[in-house]
Design a protein around this ligand. Structure first.
Ligand SMILES: O=C(O)CCC(=O)C(=O)O
Ligand SMILES: [Fe+2]
Length: 337
């Protein structure tokens, strides 16, 4: 139930899990929220305790001395895991004013032959800071919980579009997941330039979940209203749709531009962004919508022949190389030439 006055719809995932009428109402709300804004809050997920723990560990991590953070720098990792310092990541070619710690599924690296596709190198172990051993169990537990939540939501999206609940099932047997712990340091106008915490972008995958602390900063581009702030809502996470789901639904579900604005001087903002996408070696189905939904679909904002559909791994790698040129130079360029 929406008891708050918010800019975005609020959906309670307990309705989805209850089944029957409640589930039906949830699916209707979900399809509408996804088609109009592409962003909404989800409550009732029972992850509040874990969220507090993750945000607490996130703050502890960024408070570590610079040398300890650099010891797990992403540039050490051909698998794009680890720490990126302020302005180390680019969005649309411009540096973001945030520091971050990236992790993905904890896996062994794959032994690659020269003829194997390079994107297999995305698979591998995470890096963990030695001086903060409590980070690993909490971050991995949150990653598992959000994987489950996003897979459930993906099934709900499929049903809301009158598709079998498992229409994406083959692509998320082992979904691609990527979690980013983030600190946006406050800055004066003089220091902050364009205040690009993270520049305007759409997320590439199926779904994203953002966990915010008490500090606003996330903004969504709405059709008539321009950039609108998405304030933190207690007990809620923010869910948004990525380009892969937009393409798969012929533009019915919308991937919306969003950004984060640098906080005022003296205020830090912390968030945890979790991205869920199709597994790297899968092929994403293009859904056949029933006519009454098709007429409302906006059509994809990109080409349906987009190689995203049949080259998931290739596209994920391309995005990572663009965002992290230092990792590209250290681990990929040489191999490519
Ligand atoms: O930190 C946030 O609130 C959102 C971050 C985001 O949009 C991203 O990293 O893709
Ligand atoms: Fe994003």
């Amino acid at each position: 139930m929406n008891t708050h006055s918010t800019v975005l719809p609020v959906l309670d995932v307990r309705d989805l899990r209850a089944g029957g009428e409640q589930k039906h109402a949830f699916l209707t709300q979900l399809a509408e929220a996804a088609r109009t804004v592409g962003f909404f809050y989800v409550t009732g997920h029972e992850l509040c305790r874990l969220q507090q723990q993750v945000l607490h560990k996130t703050k502890q991590f960024f408070a570590l001395p610079a040398a300890q953070k650099q010891a797990v720098a992403m540039v050490n990792s051909p698998h794009f895991r680890g720490y990126t310092q302020l302005q180390g990541e680019l969005t649309q070619g411009k540096p973001d004013r945030r520091e971050q710690f990236d992790l993905m599924q904890e896996q062994a690296a794959v032994h690659l032959d020269p003829s194997d596709p390079q994107w297999w190198q995305l698979v591998g172990p995470n890096q963990w800071p030695q001086s903060l051993p409590g980070l690993k169990p909490v971050a991995l537990a949150y990653q598992d919980a959000l994987t489950e939540l996003t897979v459930d939501l993906l099934g709900a999206f499929a049903e809301s579009l009158e598709q079998p609940a498992d229409v994406f099932g083959e692509t998320v047997q082992k979904p691609y997941t990527h979690m980013k712990l983030i600190r946006y340091p406050g800055a004066s106008d003089q220091e902050a330039g364009e205040r690009q915490g993270v520049g305007a972008h759409k997320d590439p995958g199926y779904l994203t979940i953002v966990t915010q602390d008490q500090q606003s900063g996330l903004e969504v581009l709405m059709d008539e209203r321009g950039w609108v702030t998405v304030p933190p809502l207690e007990g809620a996470v923010v869910v948004n749709i990525g380009e892969l789901l937009e393409l798969a639904s012929d533009g019915y579900l919308r991937a919306t531009y969003h950004r984060v604005v640098t906080p005022a001087a003296g205020i830090d903002r912390y968030s945890v962004a979790f991205f869920m996408a199709a597994q790297l070696d899968s092929e994403v189905p293009l859904l056949q919508l029933p006519d009454h939904l098709k007429v409302k679909a906006l059509g994809p904002s990109a080409d349906p022949e987009n190689p995203l559909f049949y080259q998931v791994g290739e596209n994920v790698l391309k995005g990572r190389l663009r965002s992290h040129p230092d990792v590209a130079a250290a681990h990929y360029i040489k191999r490519a030439s």
